[in-house]
Design a protein around this ligand. Structure first.
Ligand code: ATP
Ligand code: LTN
Length: 332
């Protein structure tokens, strides 16, 4: 093994990725492949904490895998796999759940939000979701975890679980650090800019999907909720415009000052169209790569089977040490 640091991250196959998933997380995964050993995962086991249609889940998982490749993740460079294919995640999750307190899990804001949203199905998996996420990360002794800001609390918990396990049983796990982008760590809904953009939003105008065509993208931006002012500038109280500026800045690399100068004297209408065009141009190559990849089912299968094999081999070394440390009888 080389001494490069290890990156781990995952995304749920709960639908086509939004521009929020892309800017806040997935977009940053591909460049990291140059400098780090990377492990990326489609977390289908996390997805079933909310009711899923089985046929749709299977399709969404394969699409999510192909989308990650279309976003530049190369299965030759990184370990890219589907979570349920690698048993060590569930195994380690059980061990870690016995080092996690009920009180800690009760404080997770995602649990509070999701149990309100799905009040008819507040299942145990929704509650222990962050333990499985900790297992994903710790099974690879990941150093860095690139995520959007909404996952910071879960990552903090993963750090606490790692430290507690190490104290109880002796050093084993690396305590992971979050890796959160400076711009775009929380892309907001286009319809309610005080809420995060989310794959599972019921209002289709609230989010841009990364496979939306150019006309749809421009139409959604034109309808984006803004304020009654007319100046394109980043300021408190201008949530809608701040969000559009963040999006425009992250796809064009322009600074907020440059954007304000570019649109001085022009109205919100011109700005919204410019954002729509920049986003559509940025996403076009991903869309065509995805179309190409998803036609080659045999190739995709070869990639995810290969990925699962490598992931199991890597994580098994660490998880079997954890089994030994807690006092399970060795098999070999
Ligand atoms: P769901 O709506 O099904 O709960 P989600 O859209 O929140 O899903 P996840 O699969 O839970 O997406 O998240 C994948 C990654 O995308 C995570 O790193 C998360 O932090 C990031 N992310 C999700 N939404 C946003 C957003 N609006 N802005 C920035 N990053 C985001
Ligand atoms: N909970 C994450 C998805 C996720 C993840 C992970 C992210 C599952 N396991 C491990 C980073 C590392 C979310 O985005 N909702």
């Amino acid at each position: 093994m080389d001494n490069k640091k290890l990156i781990f991250s995952g995304i749920q196959p709960t639908g086509t990725f939004t521009l929020g998933n892309y800017i806040g997380a997935v977009r940053n995964w591909s460049p990291l492949q140059q400098e780090y050993n990377c492990v990326y995962c489609v977390v289908d086991m996390h997805a079933i904490t909310v009711r899923q249609d089985p046929t749709k889940l299977r399709k969404n998982s394969l699409d999510a895998y192909a989308l990650l490749m279309a976003c530049g993740i190369d299965p030759q460079k990184s370990i890219l796999f589907i979570q349920s294919h690698v048993r060590t995640h569930a195994e380690l999750s059980w061990l870690l759940s016995c080092s996690t307190q009920f009180g800690e899990l009760s404080r997770m804001t995602q649990f509070k939000d999701k149990s309100q949203k799905h009040a008819d199905d507040v299942n145990a998996g929704l509650f222990t979701y962050p333990v499985l996420m900790a297992a994903d990360i710790l099974a690879y002794n990941a150093d860095l975890v690139p995520v959007g800001v909404d996952q910071k609390q879960h990552l903090e918990l993963a750090r606490n679980i790692a430290q507690r396990f190490n104290q109880r049983y002796g050093d084993l796990f690396t305590v992971p650090e979050p890796y959160i982008p400076k711009v775009g760590a929380k892309v907001m809904s286009l319809q309610e800019p005080s809420k995060k953009m989310s794959k599972s939003d019921e209002n289709p105008n609230a989010c841009i999907l990364i496979l939306d065509d150019k006309d749809t993208i421009i139409r959604k931006f034109k309808r984006a909720v803004t304020d009654s002012d007319s100046e394109v500038c980043f300021r408190d109280g201008k949530d809608g415009i701040n969000n559009l500026m963040t999006i425009y800045s992250s796809v064009t690399d322009k600074s907020f000052d440059d954007i304000t100068a570019e649109f001085s004297g022009k109205g919100y209408g011109d700005f919204k169209i410019a954002v729509g065009e920049a986003v559509a141009d940025h996403l076009a190559p991903i869309r065509s790569e995805f179309t190409k990849l998803s036609q080659d089912k045999a190739f995709l299968k070869q990639c995810y089977c290969d990925g699962a094999e490598k992931a199991l081999k890597y994580s098994q070394r660490i998880v079997s040490k954890a089994f030994h440390k807690v006092g399970f009888v060795d098999k070999f």
